[in-house]
Write a protein of this length. Structure first.
Length: 482
């Protein structure tokens, strides 16, 4: 039975703006659907342009006082927010599974992953160091200080409803910024729940805001209102490009984490069992709906048959079902459009001569089973576009030169994975794969301590690590005479 969100202390149906819970001025709302059951979970408000511009003015005032506080003070409040997120992980995870569909265990893991960014930036808040530069003239003193960029905005996707917000909001707040978050329309309630915990943590009004409604209007305001000094976006490349164009007049500082098309390469010198396990983690987490999911799998011809056999045996043990049920590894996809895209990629591969080993059709509603396709080739549609679903299509290759060419033959450059025990191969992959992140003998690369982000059409800017806070800082060079 579905736990009743009505009894969930963090289940809020209002936006959190300027420290207040509010509905849209016109009373309009959008329905939010549980992808496992197609039931309406609740309604999120549609805020007006006036509400949004007032929120920005309030945030600007709040941010001025916030940046004047000590880093230690900001750190302590973030630490409190972190503790509340961890303490409320069950309630948060229930909201995530209800609105997003991922298995409850994955939702709990996501909450802890989100919390890890808040903890990390609570720590990093105290380490925003400047620089003293040996001067070019004896009477001068040259220093560089770092300051908060100002009021920020974030637009986030539905695949990690908590983590994608935490990795933007935590460094922003740590740096001394305020932030206004627009979550994806499919997953507003996790965002409201995080706001509720920020409120409980005592983060002052106006510093962390969550708004929902018309994405186009909100996106335009984020890009065009001069109060917003920085916009961080995670989502599709098309929307990212739109935001670049829209923010040209304001020259807004941007961070963009856009689409990926991750190659997963298994050399003939790899430990096959490890590569199979790594692929299962990378491919099927969140039913294949992550931007770093293995999208194209290249296996050396010498081990192709053996690899496919071992992989098929393990994939057969993955259960598809409602994320609240026990022993479920794959939940539903997010919506009908996602199911259709996955189906098109499968149909295209089969029409072009690939072999369907298992899966290949939605079982019911938005439930799409783990699917394996062999004898696939590099020209097929799944190899060119992000599938964002549980389809593992495996291509054979003959040598390292060829597979590096395949891997780099894409406009995208987010994550790549390589399995090999040969140090010179690993060295070459590390040097030549044109990606922001490369997993070597591992299928899981995400962590709050390292810089996450892409190159090429996958965007720019980094989240996590010591780099992540720089996105919310500006440098000021002081050239001081006597
Ligand atoms: P997806 O296809 O995964 O939903 P999108 O890029 O469409 O990816 O969505 C990611 C986020 O961008 C969501 O919060 C969505 O509401 C928002 N979004 C979509 N279109 C626009 C737009 N024109 N301007 C601003 N935000 C947008």
């Amino acid at each position: 039975l579905l736990p009743k969100l009505a009894g969930n202390p963090l289940f809020k149906l209002q936006c959190y703006i300027s420290g207040k819970w509010c509905d849209g001025e016109g009373g309009e709302t959008d329905a939010v659907i549980n992808p496992a059951t197609s039931e309406v979970i609740g309604y999120s408000p549609k805020i007006s342009e006036t509400q949004l511009s007032q929120a920005m003015i309030f945030s600007q005032q709040a941010q001025t006082s916030w940046q004047a506080q000590t880093a230690k003070h900001r750190s302590a409040l973030l630490q409190k927010w972190y503790e509340l997120i961890v303490a409320n992980q069950e309630s948060l995870a229930q909201i995530i599974t209800t609105e997003q569909g991922k298995p409850l265990a994955e939702a709990i893991a996501e909450v802890n992953y989100a919390a890890s960014y808040v903890q990390w930036y609570a720590e990093q808040a105290k380490r925003v160091y400047g620089e003293v530069i040996p001067a070019h003239q004896a009477q001068l003193q040259l220093t560089v200080v770092k300051q908060a960029v100002g009021v920020c905005a974030a637009i986030t996707p539905w695949n990690f409803p908590a983590a994608m917000i935490a990795r933007k909001a935590a460094p922003a707040l740590a740096a001394g910024c305020a932030i206004i978050v627009k979550p994806a329309p499919a997953t507003p309630f996790t965002a409201f729940a995080l706001a509720s915990l920020a409120e409980q943590a005592g983060i002052p009004a106006g510093l962390f805001n969550v708004v929902t409604g018309d994405a186009v209007m909100i996106g335009e305001q984020f890009c065009q209102n001069p109060i917003i000094k920085k916009l961080s976006f995670t989502g599709s490349t098309a929307v990212g490009q739109q935001l670049i164009r829209q923010s040209a007049s304001n020259v807004t500082k941007l961070s963009l984490e856009l689409g990926g098309n991750a190659p997963f390469i298994v050399m003939d010198d790899a430990i096959i069992e490890d590569a199979v396990d790594g692929l299962i983690q990378s491919k099927f987490r969140n039913s294949g709906q992550t931007c770093v999911c293995a999208n194209r799998i290249y296996v050396h011809r010498a081990i192709y048959a053996e690899f496919c056999q071992q992989f098929t045996n393990k994939v057969a043990k993955l259960n598809l079902g409602n994320g609240f049920d026990n022993d479920v590894h794959l939940g539903p996809l997010i919506n009908q459009a996602a199911v259709e895209k996955v189906q098109q990629h499968v149909d295209d591969a089969i029409a072009n001569g690939a072999t369907l080993v298992c899966g290949g059709k939605a079982t019911k509603g938005l439930f799409y089973p783990a699917t394996i396709i062999t004898n696939a080739s590099h020209g097929m549609r799944f190899a060119r576009e992000e599938t964002f679903g549980p389809v593992a299509a495996i291509i054979a290759f003959d040598d390292i030169e060829q597979v590096i060419n395949y891997a780099n033959d894409t406009p995208f450059g987010l994550a790549a994975y390589v399995y090999s025990q040969n140090v010179s191969h690993i060295h070459r992959f590390g040097a030549e794969l044109a990606y922001g992140m490369v997993g070597i003998n591992t299928g899981l690369i995400s962590t709050e301590v390292a810089p996450f982000g892409g190159i090429k059409a996958s965007g720019y800017g980094r989240e996590g690590g010591k780099e992540g806070i720089e996105e919310y800082l500006v440098q000021k060079y002081l050239c001081q005479g006597r």
